[in-house]
Ligand binder design. Structure first.
Ligand SMILES: [Zn+2]
Length: 136
């Protein structure tokens, strides 16, 4: 595994990495004294400046997209910039919160599509019924 970036170390502190990455990084930290020192330094920098991990994350543009943005991303109606960001956030950062959110939105969308289909079938059959009535 490559040497982790500051952002990854901060994400580790915030427990915001996928399980496999958390485990791999933990192992790296056990094996590497310089890495432990970097982590300690990052942590004390945060304390010194009173910044929370999520504030630093936001500054590093690693914050979570909103649920609305995720929904638009699913529908493919976001700018390229936002689409790239969401993909980066999900694939590279591996945000578990957003992955779960996206799954949830995806199944909600599927449910809506089925309701729309059922409604369409209902209207088609009642339209046919009305036409027959009129024909009489
Ligand atoms: Zn996220």
């Amino acid at each position: 595994m490559a040497i982790p970036t500051d952002s990854e170390l901060l994400a580790f502190l915030d427990e915001g990495l996928p399980v496999e990455k958390m485990t791999a990084l933990e192992q790296q930290l056990r094996d590497s004294e310089p890495l432990r020192q970097r982590l300690a330094r990052l942590r004390s920098q945060q304390d010194a400046h009173g910044h929370t991990v999520s504030e630093i994350w936001r500054r590093n543009r690693l914050s979570c997209p909103t649920r609305h943005q995720l929904g638009s991303f699913l529908l493919g109606v976001v700018s390229n910039e936002l689409a790239e960001y969401v993909e980066f956030h999900l694939r590279t950062v591996g945000c578990r919160v957003c992955a779960a959110n996206l799954d949830d939105l995806r199944s909600a969308n599927q449910g809506q599509a089925e309701v729309a289909k059922r409604r369409q079938r209902f209207f088609q059959s009642s339209a046919g019924y009305v036409r027959r009535e009129e024909g009489n």
